[in-house]
Design a protein around this ligand. Structure first.
Ligand code: GLN
Length: 232
């Protein structure tokens, strides 16, 4: 049995939970899963793997720091090395460093040796969606076409600098964007440079700039759950 938690202090935790349920149904695996909301250190201790949703990273870390949860999250990720996946704000929290914090520093969990640039693409109004061709999205069934994954970028971070001894794997950049040249969309109208890193992994820790939880597409959740099973 594998218990997967979703950090439920703020942000898109309901959305992640519903996609996890969807993904588990499609997964050809004998593992049986349960999915829980995590608000306390006791709940965290009961988990084999964790998702940290998108939302607002400063808010999430301030709430976590009010109890021993923040410290226990660091332990979960970096000492126990349990599989942990962060999307958007969750990605920021799992980074070693974050830049462009208006009101100064924020407490991070760490685990990924990267420095992220928060709100890389600008303000809320500059949020965008883009079709992505991601190497980790499971291959289509026989006879089905490979569909792009809709990337939802809301005040999204990107990796500004990879730190440390080369343990960080870059999984996707904006090169993986397939809609860049689509009719009517000139290069200038699309956001970001193609080298911008939007997905990275270091051992048990995975981060993504965009929000799979804000789509109805459970393919990345499916892939991640299969990785969680494989790491056992
Ligand atoms: N920019 C936000 C932050 O700093 C993250 C945005 C998001 O998760 N949609 O936390």
């Amino acid at each position: 049995h594998i218990r997967v938690g979703v950090l439920a202090l703020q942000g898109g935790f309901h959305e992640h939970l519903s996609l996890l349920h969807q993904a588990a149904q499609h997964l050809r695996s004998t593992a049986d899963f349960s999915f829980i909301q995590v608000r306390t250190s006791d709940q965290l201790a009961a988990c084999d793997a964790l998702i940290i949703p998108g939302g607002e990273s400063t808010t999430i870390s301030l709430i976590a720091a009010q109890t021993d949860l923040l410290q226990n999250l660091r332990d979960f990720v970096k000492v126990q090395k349990k599989p942990t996946w962060g999307t958007c704000a969750g990605f920021i929290l799992l980074s070693q460093r974050a830049n462009a914090t208006k009101k100064g520093g924020q407490e991070l969990i760490g685990g990924l040796d990267v420095c992220v640039h928060r709100n890389h693409f600008g303000r809320q109004i500059e949020s965008f969606e883009a079709d992505l061709d991601l190497p980790f999205v499971p291959s289509p069934e026989k006879g089905e076409e490979r569909r792009p994954f809709r990337g939802v970028f809301i005040r999204a971070p990107v990796v500004e600098e990879v730190l440390g001894g080369g343990e960080v794997e870059v999984l996707a950049t904006l090169e993986n964007r397939v809609d860049r040249m689509r009719a009517g969309q000139s290069q200038a109208q699309t956001r970001g440079g193609s080298g911008d890193i939007i997905a990275a992994r270091q051992g048990n820790v995975l981060g993504m700039s965009f929000h799979p939880e804000l789509t109805q597409d459970a393919r990345i959740h499916q892939w991640w759950l299969s990785e969680v099973v494989a790491r056992r």
